[in-house]
Design a protein around this ligand. Structure first.
Ligand code: MTE
Length: 330
């Protein structure tokens, strides 16, 4: 990715921030368990996502205040975006995507499954929606804390009933007429349709996860943020969020989810294999060939914070990679 921010590697996170971070990590861990309750993991009832009042959001933010991992303001979450189908200008996505129509919308689930199915977005919004506050770390070196709304990807996987031979899950973003529902769903061509030339990556955008990663309770399909339906610039109407991986794994505006027996191609590793791998787990010890990954800039803050292994979710996800060489499998 081109828009790398300037890194100061001398920054040292003091202990109080670290301890607070530990609290937040625990809260994040809770987000994956059925026993979790309260602010980090609350069901939005009734689903689909409803508008939450400003008062609710303020209470929410106050509760997170002492942890230092405060929510990134919605203005930043929705105006500093990577969505190359529209433009490579982070601050330009919101206006270019404003008229993007994400209804009607279908998500085709196919491949090595017992129950292939075409879901309408309305079907997916009927699944119980939860709020998940996650840190979000872009490979470029910036990060945010975002209150997503969505549901565990595992729920959809369970509905599809993958065959034993399915080892990976592949995801695809819409691209012009790529929505498989057919001609009645006339998806707009994204402005950056000549993306292969101007964005420097091939379209449609594709991503993938190993099956055990996809089944992990922290991996969600997000249908909204800050209690509202997903804004176009953040990947309406439905996107992946995998909080322990660099942000580019979290593919937006998904139209197809395919179960397969081999590792699927992924956009950034296809574009620049020496810089971006399939796994792309947040790892402060494995630098990008052109910059360090040891620190990050939280949007809205000056200075830099330490980057944590698996973006601070090591306790929950490190087991997925036991025995793997994370330098080779970057
Ligand atoms: N998905 C698609 N389809 N197109 C993209 O350009 N950018 C990725 C990811 N998903 C991208 C995408 C990158 S690089 C990042 S950091 C995140 O989306 C940004 O998500 P946000 O704009 O909601 O912060």
């Amino acid at each position: 990715m081109s828009d790398r921010e300037n890194i100061r590697s001398s920054e040292i996170t003091d202990e109080s921030v670290y301890l607070n971070r530990r609290n937040f990590i625990r809260a994040g861990a809770m987000a994956g368990t059925a026993a979790a309750s309260g602010l980090i993991y609350r069901y939005l009832n009734p689903p689909p996502p409803r508008e939450v009042t400003t008062a609710e959001i303020e209470r929410f933010s106050e509760a997170e205040g002492p942890l230092k991992d405060e929510l990134t303001p919605i203005e930043d979450v929705t105006n500093y975006n990577n969505y190359y189908e529209f433009t490579t200008d982070k601050r330009g996505v919101a206006s270019l995507a404003a008229d993007f129509k994400s209804e009607p919308w279908t998500v085709t689930v196919d491949g090595l499954v017992d129950k292939p199915r075409v879901f309408g977005i309305e079907d997916l919004l009927k699944i119980e929606q939860e709020e998940r506050i996650y840190r979000f770390r872009c490979v470029e070196g910036w990060s945010m804390v975002i209150p997503w709304v969505g549901f565990p990807l595992k729920k959809l996987i369970d509905m599809a009933k993958p065959l034993g031979s399915a080892k990976y899950v592949a995801f695809q973003t819409f691209y012009g007429g790529s929505n498989p529902k057919g001609p009645e769903v006339d998806l707009p061509e994204p402005p950056n349709a000549m993306g292969n030339v101007f964005a420097g990556i091939p379209f449609p955008y594709v991503e993938g996860l190993r099956m055990d990663e996809a089944m992990h309770p922290l991996a969600i399909l997000a249908t909204g943020l800050y209690g509202k339906l997903m804004p176009p610039q953040n990947g309406a109407p439905i996107r992946l969020v995998v909080p322990w991986k660099y942000g580019f794994k979290s593919i937006k505006s998904i139209v197809r989810i395919t179960f397969t027996d081999r590792q699927p191609p992924t956009t950034w590793s296809a574009a620049t294999p020496s810089e971006y791998g399939f796994y792309s787990n947040v790892n402060p010890e494995v630098d990008h060939p052109r910059w360090s990954q040891a620190t990050e800039r939280r949007i809205g803050e000056y200075g830099r914070r330490e980057t944590h292994m698996f973006n601070g979710y090591a306790e929950e996800v490190a087991g997925l990679y036991k025995g793997m060489d994370l330098r080779k499998n970057y």
